[in-house]
Design a protein around this ligand. Structure first.
Ligand SMILES: [Zn+2]
Length: 222
C-alpha cells in the first residue's frame, strides 16, 4: 500500500474507471493504459496492469515492461485491471502467464489486484489458493448471483459493483468487502453510490463513509 496523501485519497469513491483525469473528477482510481500516452499526473491515483483483451501473441513483454516501469511510481495504488476472460483476448495460457506475473508484482509491491473475470472463476480461485496472497483481490464489475457472491466472499475476495448487477448479490456483501466503480459506464460515481445505498437500504452518506473507509484500508496507508 502507498503512503496516503489524505486530501486526495479521501475524495476517491470509485475504484475503477476508464475515464480520464478530468472526467473522473479526482474521485476515481484511473485504469492507466499503455495507449494513454499521457504521464501520470499529480492529484490522481491509478492502477496499472495487463487487460486480457489487450494481450496479443507476442506483446506480453511490451505490456509487462510497461507495468514494471510504472509500478515504482507513487501514483500507482493497484495492479489491474488484470485477469482471465474465456470469451475474448489472448489464449488462456497466455492470459495465465500475464496474470501470474501480475500476482508476483502485487506481492512484490504490496498492492491490491483489480480482477477482470469472465467465466474463469475456478482458475482464479485455484491460482489464489496457490499463492495465498495477503493483498486484497477485488473482482471488479461483479454481476454474479448472490450464491456466487457468497462463495467469493468465503474465499476472501472483495466485490466491486458498477452500473449493472444483481441487487440480491449486492445485499449479501458485508460493508468491509464492498467497492463501487464506474468502469466504462457513462454514469457518475455519485449515481452508482446513490443507487447502491437504495439497494442496501442505507443512507447515501453512510455508504459513502463505508466505501471511503474500505478504499483507505485497502489502497492507502494512513
Ligand atoms: Zn474496466
Amino acid at each position: 500500500m502507498r503512503e496516503n496523501n489524505i486530501n486526495v485519497a479521501n475524495a476517491i469513491l470509485d475504484i475503477h474507471t476508464h475515464k480520464g483525469e478530468i472526467q473522473s473528477g479526482g474521485k476515481a482510481i484511473i485504469n492507466y493504459r499503455q495507449s494513454a500516452g499521457t504521464p501520470l499526473q499529480d492529484g490522481y491515483y491509478y492502477s496499472v496492469g495487463i487487460h486480457p483483451w489487450e494481450l496479443k501473441p507476442g506483446n506480453l513483454k511490451r505490456h509487462s515492461d510497461f507495468v514494471i516501469d510504472h509500478l515504482p511510481d507513487e501514483h500507482i495504488v493497484a495492479i489491474g485491471e488484470c485477469g482471465l476472460d474465456k470469451l475474448k483476448g489472448a489464449s488462456i495460457n497466455e492470459q495465465m502467464v500475464a496474470l501470474q506475473f501480475e500476482i508476483f508484482m502485487s506481492l512484490e509491491y504490496d498492492l491490491p489486484l483489480i480482477l477482470h473475470n469472465v467465466r474463469m472463476t475456478d482458475k482464479i480461485l485455484a491460482v489464489k489458493k496457490e499463492f495465498q496472497p495477503k493483498q486484497a483481490w477485488i473482482w471488479h464489475g461483479f454481476r454474479g448471483k448472490p450464491e456466487q457472491a457468497k462463495q467469493m466472499l468465503d474465499k476472501g475476495l472483495y466485490l466491486s459493483f458498477g452500473e449493472f448487477y444483481s441487487d440480491e448479490a449486492m445485499r449479501v456483501v458485508p460493508d468491509d468487502r464492498l467497492f463501487l466503480e464506474t468502469d466504462d459506464s457513462e454514469l457518475d460515481i455519485e449515481d452508482i453510490l446513490y443507487r447502491a445505498a437504495q439497494v442496501r437500504g442505507v443512507e447515501v452518506e453512510t455508504l459513502r463513509e463505508t466505501i471511503r473507509r474500505n478504499i483507505q484500508n485497502i489502497f492507502f496507508r494512513a
